[in-house]
Ligand binder design. Structure first.
Ligand code: SF4
Length: 381
């Protein structure tokens, strides 16, 4: 399989109306956000990076957060106009925004479409009201369904997220919810297991995720139902009809280059087989100050060693059903994939049924993808 060149731009909006108790993203609740100051800072950071990347063809833009659907549509429009002024953009460019199903955001869907968004990713999380309350969400199941209906009429492509493996969730409950999701779905669904991350309210309250056995039963049910419905997993937690995959997220998983704009965003730029990693200041006001004083909000820029780059590519691409081909690895690094793998470790993982390396494609098996961290720890030790 030939992988086409791609170059993505990620824009991070760091604000939410409320902090969810499970969330460890760079999201903050703040009153009185001056959208013009933010717009100006985004434009400045884009211009800074355009100086060194203006030859690249932009294939995707992703507004993530936080809750980027709280951005004024005119801010989104102005950012997209500047991207088009600074870079050549693909005719088939994918422009995604994340949105929450609150009624005020639903009313803006048409404005987002007019601003240039052509794919919406909705944070539904559940169709069950008690589960939504447990997750600290501000919407109910009715609003979630209204948001999906509105997205169906406004956007040519949309996706929504659900969280499963909640405490007490049984296979029956999840199966019912997933069937409901499938009856409403477009071409893409993201299905994540609840994890309790350090620093979150759930972690402080010692909330426990479902135990491993239930988690893997629910994961198996998910794979089975989604495959039957024609939206198989193309990544551990992401499912799509053919050609409906998130092109922007594929950029990350395939080890391709992207810019990260906004607080805490990170990017990768490669030239002559050397990849640089960029990290922005995470705290929103610190990032704003740096952009005001330096024109961009970068905290760190380092060249990845050959080993770090190899590990990153393998780690990301084994999340994908398609795996990693030797040809793609060579195109990214100039190196032979087979030479980079320890044959004994690879053999052991192949014999245990967690990995395969056939026809020059390294892949995690479904069992391997389910315990990918352990597989990678052994492969890349
Ligand atoms: S809406 Fe999303 S980004 Fe914001 S706090 Fe909740 S989970 Fe985090």
């Amino acid at each position: 399989m030939n992988i086409a060149p791609a170059f993505g731009i990620y824009i991070h909006w760091p604000f939410c109306a409320k902090k969810c108790p499970y969330c460890d993203f760079n999201s903050h609740v703040q009153d009185n956000i001056d959208q013009d100051i933010w717009l100006n800072a985004y434009l400045n950071e884009l211009r800074h990076y355009a100086n060194e990347t203006s030859e690249r063809l932009v294939t995707s833009v992703f507004f993530g957060g936080g809750t980027p659907s709280l951005m004024a549509p005119r801010v989104i429009e102005a950012i997209l106009a500047e991207i088009q002024r600074l870079w050549p953009c693909s005719d088939t460019i994918e422009i995604t925004a994340e949105a929450n199903p609150s009624s005020s955001e639903i009313q803006q869907f048409q404005d987002f479409r007019q601003a240039g968004i052509n794919r919406l990713s909705i944070g539904v999380q559940s169709f069950n009201d008690p589960a939504l309350r447990f997750l600290g969400r501000r919407h109910d199941a009715g609003e979630a369904k209204k948001a999906i209906e509105a997205a169906t009429t406004v956007f040519e492509r949309f996706s929504f997220d659900l969280i499963y493996a909640l405490p007490g969730q049984t296979p029956d409950i999840w199966q019912k919810e997933l069937k409901e999701a499938l009856s409403l779905a477009g071409g893409h669904l993201s299905l994540y297991q609840l994890t309790i991350e350090p620093g979150t309210e759930f972690h402080k309250a010692r909330v426990e995720a479902a135990d491993e056995e239930i988690g893997s039963t629910l994961f198996e049910i998910t794979q089975e139902l989604m495959t039957e419905a024609g939206l198989p997993a193309y990544e551990i937690s992401n499912h799509a009809k053919p050609s409906q995959e998130s092109r922007h997220n594929l950029v990350y998983w395939r080890g391709q280059d992207y810019l990260g704009i906004g607080p805490g965003a990170h990017g990768r730029l490669t030239g002559n087989y050397q990849t640089e990693m960029m990290h922005n200041y995470r705290e929103p006001n610190k990032w704003l100050e740096r952009v005001a004083s330096h024109g961009f909000g970068q905290q760190k820029r380092t060249v990845l060693s050959a080993e770090e780059r190899r590990d990153e590519i393998i780690l990301m691409s084994l999340r994908l059903q398609e795996g990693l081909s030797s040809a793609h690895f060579k195109a990214l690094t100039g190196l032979n994939l087979a030479d980079q793998l320890d044959p004994d470790r690879l053999n052991a993982l192949e014999n245990e049924g967690f990995l395969s390396f056939n026809d020059n494609i390294l892949k995690a098996t479904p069992e391997g993808r389910q315990r990918l961290n352990a597989v990678l720890a052994h492969l890349l030790a």
